[in-house]
Design a protein around this ligand. Structure first.
Ligand code: UFG
Length: 325
């Protein structure tokens, strides 16, 4: 059986995908520079340490392993940082993906599942976002993902490289077995930061913007459990293997939770009082991002198991207590 190459497989979502594939008996090769990934998340498959900027290394990976398809997670992911340092995002995300695609073509590997993002939609013009919603990125990070989606469309047209773009809404939670979880350096995401505050590792949680056109004035996000995201990658691979056409799928639960609601859930789950401060809006943030994931349900046969936001926060809380002990 051919192996699946997982770029960024030592990162948050990539490591959960490595676990999901391995548990189904698939052979995986994790490619990670460990700039943002974690050595202790390397629990499944073989490991190749290196950077997608290094074409000779990439060529070596494809010659050492019989790769059938690629799951491409490796990327910089912080919206705020991308506004300050666009060169990092266009270099690491766009240019390095081009290197990956060219190495794939050279090795005649023609299937790729790409980690895209709901941020490609920008400010929504409908309450719920389906895949045909206009794309209008608000940050260099989101633009980098949008540009890669376009590159993939063009590589399919010209070279027959088939792809699925998975547009994640807000990935959250942790492996229910507690083997891996969310750990970013620095951490910028809402749920981990709230839980750091619950553990007394920071003084409070700051709400970025309380004057949005939403019911309580704070941003709405559609939180989706990382294990459900990982399982969607398995479904996307199966879809491509059975001859599915290149396309994008949203991955979310279809429910928007405000920043204040998430803080309330975290207080309830952790049993801790979490101090809150309020500040200005964060540049590049969309007021509301809520998915329709009907296509992923209908076409991929994807069914999230952790649809309840309390379960999502609870698995994150279990992981953070252990990881930060
Ligand atoms: N937020 C705060 N305080 C914080 C951190 C975040 O109020 O300390 C708010 C943000 O302003 C936002 C919400 O909480 O309204 C969620 O913020 P995150 O940083 O956790 O997530 P984002 O929605 O900004 O971005 C995440 C991923 C992106 C992806 C996007 C898609 O990081 O890669 O979800 O919805 F594009």
């Amino acid at each position: 059986m051919k192996k699946t190459l997982i770029t960024g497989g030592a990162g948050y979502i990539g490591s959960h995908a490595a676990k999901a594939l391995s548990s189904l008996g698939r052979e995986v090769v994790v490619l990670d520079s460990l700039v943002a990934g974690h050595r202790d998340f390397l629990k499944w498959g073989e490991f190749e340490q290196g950077d997608l900027a290094d074409s000779a290394f990439l060529k070596g990976v494809f010659s050492r392993h019989d790769i059938g398809e690629v799951l491409h997670f490796a990327a910089f992911i912080a919206v705020g940082e991308s506004v300050e340092k666009p060169d990092m995002y266009y270099g690491n995300n766009v240019r390095n993906t081009l290197n990956l695609l060219d190495a794939m073509l050279e090795a005649d590997v023609k299937r790729l599942v790409f980690s895209s993002t709901a941020a490609v939609y920008g400010e929504p013009v409908t309450d719920v976002i389906a895949e045909d919603h206009p794309l209008s990125p608000l940050s260099p990070y989101a633009w980098s993902k949008r540009m890669i989606e376009q590159m993939l469309a063009d590589y399919d047209h010209a070279y027959g490289l088939k792809h699925v773009c998975l547009r994640y809404f807000n990935a959250a939670g942790a492996d229910p077995d507690g083997e891996i979880g969310e750990r970013h350096q620095p951490e910028t995401h809402l749920i981990p930061l709230i839980l750091h505050a619950a553990l007394g590792l920071r003084d409070n949680i700051t709400i970025f913007g309380t004057d949005y056109p939403t019911p309580d004035g704070t941003c709405l996000r559609d939180y989706i459990h990382v294990t459900d995201l990982a399982n969607a990658h398995v479904k996307a691979l199966e879809y491509l293997e059975s001859g599915g056409a290149s396309r994008a799928f949203n991955l979310g639960n279809g429910n928007g939770f405000s920043v204040r609601e998430i803080i309330d859930v975290a207080q309830e789950v952790s049993g801790k009082d979490i101090p809150v401060t309020e500040s200005e809006r964060r540049p590049g943030d969309s007021p509301s991002l809520v998915s329709s994931a009907k296509a992923a349900h209908g076409v991929l046969g994807w069914n999230p198991q952790f649809g309840n936001v309390r379960d999502i926060v609870r698995t994150a809380w279990d992981w953070h207590q252990k990881d930060l002990a």
